[in-house]
Design a protein around this ligand. Sequence first.
Ligand code: PLP
Length: 386
Amino acid sequence: MLSSRLSRLPKYLFAEIDEAKNEAMRSGIDVIDLSIGDPDLPTPRPIIDTLYEAALKPENHKYPSYAGMISFRKAISEWFERRFGVLFDPNSEIIALIGSKEGIAHIHWAYLEEGDISIVPDPGYPVYNNATILTGATPYKVPLREENNFFIDFDTIPEDVKQKAKIIFINYPNNPTSAGASYENLEKVVWFAKKYNIILCSDLAYSEIYEDEKPLSIFNIPGAKDVAIEFHSLSKTFNMTGWRVGFAVGNKNLINGLLAIKSNVDSGVFNAIQEAGIRALQPDMEKYTQETREIISRRKKFMTESLEKIGLKVYKSKYTFYIWVKNLEGHSSKDTAKKFLKEIGVVVTPGSGFGEAGEGYFRISLTAPDDRIKEASERIKKLFIS
Ligand code: PLP
């Protein structure tokens, strides 16, 4: 029998979507999948070439170190200083991750006891909520509302939750809403975490997917290092979702806590992938990321305009490759997604799958080739005309 911990988990959102999608495909529908945030663009060639060379080296065939190769951690430190102007000690303030999801899940194991509370954004990336449940702690879901630009309204959190909470997760640029955070927003959350002695976890998986203004790190806020850890990913920046590589930076003790868990459950990232990661973080790779940004920006403009033309309401943002759209009139977000799949073969993600406060919206991921995005917009148009 499965453990009670597992039975408390909601069904994993994308497993449910996959089932419906596969059923539609079996019935012969030409499905366009705009649900999961998995880039259609290839990993830049220099990264692949580096992996090939690195995979040939016998020393890379051994177990990697738990914290990651020091050369990888140095490359992270240099990248971080160039990108955010913040310094981290590669020896004690940086850790390699098997994708950021792994670190995001494991930080909960390092700091939560049964009965504890963690504050998780609703709607939000499901791992914050589900990893909390797996530890036996309880998530307090704080709703993100459009009128606050999908930032947390701290006044709505009850005082006893604030006093008891051990962890708070934030994620800007945000999945699923695509919202960004201002300096003042981030200042507020650092102030909050310090006041209530809460571990501040910032998820910056989409830091490089923006149109003009570069997103900030939580460490751009003075004093954040006292309370925070930040999760980064090579997945979306370099179209490397399948490679499973990311990293965390931040407070020494928090990095150590994560390392303590990880050294008991995994054995690090394949050294050859870390060498490829070093290549990815070099300054000359910026041109590839810039190209990705331009492609996403073009797609976003096209899809936003075509949705608005037929009267759908889109939340305007210049971050991430997602579009957050209000439901079809008179439909819940699940019904909207079902209608899209059944009637026009387009898979979108119902907002309610990211939490109750996501009801009212659905998410479109712009991670399909241009011609498929164009085809999807034509089909959506037809759905409206009919
Ligand atoms: N954080 C957010 C908000 C995400 O949307 C994702 C993936 O979709 C991740 C983290 C995990 O990314 P990865 O494990 O590939 O680094």
